[in-house]
Design a protein around this ligand. Structure first.
Ligand code: SF4
Length: 689
């Protein structure tokens, strides 16, 4: 029997299983070991997961609260810090009204933290001003999934189903760098005779694995999907029986697709027509097909319609609601799935219930022991909330996020944060956002605490505490308990994760994301349980929609959508498209991975990737320092020349702050449905620095 503590990686949505074995009492008292029995990654880990123990190193770790006095952050006691926060938040509410106090959460928080943070906002602060950084990650896929299927779960099937599909179209995702153990499902797919089509403006490591790589201009994935659907119809490859039996809205969608001529789609996307035809043939020849989207098509000001266009392709070809077929989203953040289900989203209550649904309000209010009329209504989306700081929202409590690096138009958001009357940040280190705070609370992280996460396939898993936290830090749950107590709400804010989860189960019962039958005990015994799981004797639901979709009539809904250009197209002043993404050795805003020596050595800083033909026009050589200039900012980073990117597009990773921060450029134009900003396409010019 292993002496390691079974747990999961601190990073991405695959939530790979791993063990933490005690190695002594040194500064990092555990080592990561493989856990081959966990079915999702079967022991495999990427470099980030394998080196994860290093994030426990004392290094830059905060171990005492900090309070700003005379312009400087100075050590303070916990009671001083908590009392200052409670005083500032209540004073702000008294002066400006409850909605002037905001709460901002994160997609990396455990389910228990996300749940309690939402409850704190609605029961203690009674503010509508709460949202979280997951809005920037998955909201378009969620909105598209709900629109079509009546329910959003990243993958409505287990990842283990992927190798049994006949053809997979992966749109705007690069798991070979973002979640490498996932790649085995793609290689197994091809070993089984299945085909892989990758859609990406760059020939990424994932695109290298594909049978066919389509490289559209950033921001044109919607047109591409419409062109493919046009060809499916024109070539008589629709599944009429499926359309008639299990869908609604086909005629309008068919008409919209037929208005997008493939030649026009070729001109808009830059993808040659023969490649479009090849893609349709591959997808339709297969017995079953899947479309998987990631941030590329989703992080657009038309992200929801883009997701709908790809779902339409699945529905028209009969690829939904049956095994080894369907649409799914590869969620990004560690708890990108669970983080959106339990109430830190501006418009939702626990169990993925809608905040404006009277029955949902009554159910959750009963669990919380409050009058449903006391619960605030829906609030602003993440970007709108951040953009209102210092104006409508005057004080903010922030947990599990680093928007100074990760928000779009990040210089503007940093200014907004500076304009607040009061900012409190809970974090492990003094992140770029914590540096701006009036109070910083040092909190526990990952292996120092227990809690559940929900991975990209809706599997609820358990991270276990493996080491003691450093002296002086408290858990986020203890922070919320302490603050709630100062507001006179000590009851109902448990600090034990399992007790919080028991309450979450009750609050989610009967909702779309029903966790009522999931317990810590079951998760341990079954290597996770897929929601919905309404009772202790229910087996959980690895595959959704096999009998019916979650719409009122049980049918999946087509949505007729139209292509439209990116909110900011290249012009004479800013002639090049910029797209952003991640690299293998860093994760999100880098607050965790930039602290790990091995990862920093592998990926020490930002760069701008450009095609040699564009570089030649600009007189730029590989390694030259290049200024990227947009309407919103200026970055200076080394140039990296590669023929693997479109000549009209440049790419920057977004893990670094300061003059290397790619988000200085990204465009906060919002999707009208999901309120997702357009991270993936904006216009820039390049200059030699
Ligand atoms: Fe961790 Fe994701 Fe890497 Fe797995 S793929 S080890 S969850 S970062």
């Amino acid at each position: 029997m292993s002496d390691a503590t079974d747990t999961h990686c601190p990073y991405c949505a695959l939530q790979c299983g791993m063990g933490l074995r005690r190695t002594g009492d040194g500064p990092v008292p555990v080592a990561v070991v493989e856990r081959p029995d966990f079915p999702v990654n079967r022991g495999a880990l990427c470099g980030k997961g394998a080196s994860a123990a290093a994030v426990l190193s004392p290094g830059a770790r905060l171990t005492t609260p900090l309070v700003r006095v005379a312009g400087e952050l100075r050590p303070a006691t916990w009671s001083e810090a908590l009392e200052r926060i409670a005083g500032e938040l209540s004073g702000t509410a008294e002066r400006y009204g409850r909605d002037a106090v905001g709460v901002f959460g994160g997609g990396g928080l455990t389910n228990e933290k996300a749940y309690l943070l939402g409850k704190f906002a609605r029961v203690v602060l009674r503010t509508s001003a709460i949202d979280y950084n997951g809005r920037f990650c998955m909201s378009s896929a969620a909105a598209g999934g709900i629109r079509a299927f009546g329910l959003d779960r990243g993958l409505p099937f287990p990842v283990a189903d992927i190798p049994s599909a006949g053809c997979v179209i992966l749109v705007g995702g690069n798991p070979a760098e973002t979640m490498p153990p996932f790649v085995r499902y793609l290689t197994e797919l091809r070993e089984n005779g299945g085909r892989l089509i990758v859609v990406d403006p760059r020939r990424t490591r994932t695109a290298e694995l594909a049978d066919l790589h389509l490289a559209p201009r950033p921001g044109t994935d919607l047109a591409l999907a419409l062109g493919l659907l046009h060809l499916v119809v024109a070539e008589g490859r629709t599944d009429e029986e499926f359309i008639a039996a299990r869908t609604s809205g086909w005629e309008e969608t068919r008409a919209a697709a037929m208005a997008h001529w493939p030649e026009h789609v070729e001109a808009v996307t830059g993808v040659p027509l023969p490649q479009l035809r090849d893609a349709v043939r591959m997808f339709c020849d297969a017995e079953t097909g899947m479309v998987l989207t990631a941030r590329g098509p989703e992080q657009q000001a038309k992200g929801t319609d883009t997701v709908s266009a790809w779902i339409n392709l699945c529905l028209a070809t009969g690829n939904a609601g049956r095994p080894y077929a369907g649409y799914g989203c590869l969620t990004g953040q560690g708890n990108g799935q669970g983080g959106r289900e339990h109430g830190q989203k501006a418009d939702q209550l626990p169990g993925y219930r809608k905040l404006d649904d009277p029955a949902a309000r009554a159910h959750v209010a009963a669990v919380w022991g409050v009058d449903p009329r006391s619960l605030p209504g829906p609030g602003r989306s993440a970007y709108e909330l951040l953009d209102s700081l210092g104006r409508e929202v005057r004080a903010l409590l922030l947990m599990g996020s680093n928007p100074v690096v990760s928000a779009p138009d990040s210089a503007r958001i940093a200014d907004r944060l500076r304009g607040l009357d009061f900012l409190a940040v809970c974090d492990v280190v003094l992140s770029e956002t914590a540096e701006l705070a009036d109070v910083v609370l040092p909190v526990t992280q990952w292996a120092e605490e227990t809690g559940t996460m929900t991975n990209l396939e809706g599997r609820v898993i358990l991270r276990r505490r493996a080491v003691d936290p450093p002296e002086g830090v408290r858990s986020d749950l203890e922070v919320l308990n302490g603050l709630a107590g100062l507001f006179g709400h000590g009851e109902g804010f448990e600090t034990e994760p399992e007790k919080v989860f028991e309450e979450l189960r009750r609050a989610s019962a009967g909702g779309p994301a029903d966790y009522a039958g999931i317990s810590y005990e079951r998760i341990a015994a079954e290597e996770g349980v897929h929601w919905p799981c309404p009772s202790a004797d229910h087996p959980g639901t690895p595959r959704l929609f096999l009998d019916r979709f979650a719409t009122p009539d049980g049918r999946a809904r087509f949505t007729a959508v139209q292509h439209r250009p990116a909110a900011e197209e290249p012009d004479g002043e800013y002639p090049v498209r910029l797209t952003t993404g991640r690299v293998l050795a860093q994760y999100q805003s880098g607050a965790q991975t930039r602290r790990v020596e091995a990862l920093n050595a592998a990926a020490p800083g930002a760069f701008v990737e450009l095609h040699p033909s564009l570089a030649e026009r600009l007189g730029v050589r590989d390694g030259d320092r290049v200024a990227v200039v947009s309407r919103r900012g200026r970055t200076v980073t080394p140039a990296r020349l590669t023929a693997a990117i479109r000549p009209d597009t440049v790419f920057m990773p977004f893990h670094w702050p300061g003059e290397a921060n790619a988000n200085l450029h990204t465009n906060p134009a919002l999707d009208p449905v999901s309120r997702m900003p357009e991270f993936k396409a904006c216009a820039v010019r390049l200059e030699r620095a």
